[in-house]
Design a protein around this ligand. Structure first.
Ligand code: SF4
Ligand code: SF4
Length: 240
């Protein structure tokens, strides 16, 4: 986000650390944190948002994101698009976030962010920008994250991080192949199209139980996409 400062300068927090914070529409800064921010979306963020908006994954990606394969690594980068005129998030209203119950992981974490090591967090903004940090409401980081409903986001992202083999380092020689493969997890409807081909399903020996579940359940479809990307990535990487 634009207000971010380096995590090196910020005290490290753990789930047991306490901090003062409360957000609300009476604060002068209300919705200012939804303007001119870099919000990186995960595959699960997209699943939740496009379902809430009743859009296909392709439509959502086209209308509400900027996405590309990073030049140096070829890994997909998907960012929430801001309104090009006023730089506000396209989902903000005078009353607040119109996709609040399905808002992205980064929005749920705010004003916190992940630290450099597992279980570590830090504040990414100070009380001059985020007046909620001056409110008297004290809570632990763990309580805050639980109230924000971050757990399913954490679990899905951990699963996504495991689709590539441990110790994998992006290689230029892979070109865009790996990035395009990983992008299937963001564009789930395209993956669902592939599943309609029985030959495809049997060739990759995808989990039959998960396959049945995936016909009705978006979360199961995403897990199946992770499984497919993992199988394909191993094959791809073995060729280099
Ligand atoms: S800046 Fe902080 S207090 Fe103000 S609206 Fe955003 S999160 Fe809430
Ligand atoms: S998705 Fe909602 S909470 Fe996140 S920046 Fe947009 S309006 Fe703000």
């Amino acid at each position: 986000m634009s207000q971010q400062t380096s995590s090196m300068e910020k005290p490290v927090l753990t789930e047991k650390s306490t901090f003062k914070f409360a957000c609300g529409d009476t604060l002068p800064c209300f919705t200012q944190c939804c303007r001119d921010v870099n919000i990186y979306l995960t595959p699960y963020d997209i699943l939740r948002l496009r379902r809430a908006l009743g859009l296909s994954s392709g439509e959502f990606l086209h209308r509400h994101t900027q996405h590309f394969l990073a030049g140096s690594t070829g890994i997909p980068v998907v960012q929430l698009a801001m309104n090009s005129q006023n730089l506000y998030c396209q989902f903000v209203t005078p009353e607040g976030c119109r996709v609040y119950s399905d808002r992205p992981w980064a929005c749920r974490m705010y004003p916190l962010d992940l630290g450099n090591r597992e279980g570590e967090y830090h504040l990414i903004v100070n009380h001059e920008k985020c007046l909620g940090l001056l409110e008297p409401n004290v809570q632990t980081v763990g309580e805050y994250l639980e109230n924000q409903g971050v757990q399913p986001y954490v679990e899905m992202e951990q699963a996504f991080q495991q689709v590539l083999p441990p110790g994998f380092k992006p290689q230029k020689s892979l070109g865009a192949s790996l990035g395009k493969l990983l992008f299937l997890a963001y564009d789930l409807d395209r993956f669902a199209q592939l599943l309609k081909d029985r030959k495809f399903v049997s060739f990759y020996e995808l989990d039959e139980a998960l396959l049945l579940e995936a016909q009705e359940d978006d979360e199961a479809l995403l897990k199946l996409a992770f499984q497919y990307v993992n199988l394909q990535a191993e094959e791809l990487l073995s060729m280099f």
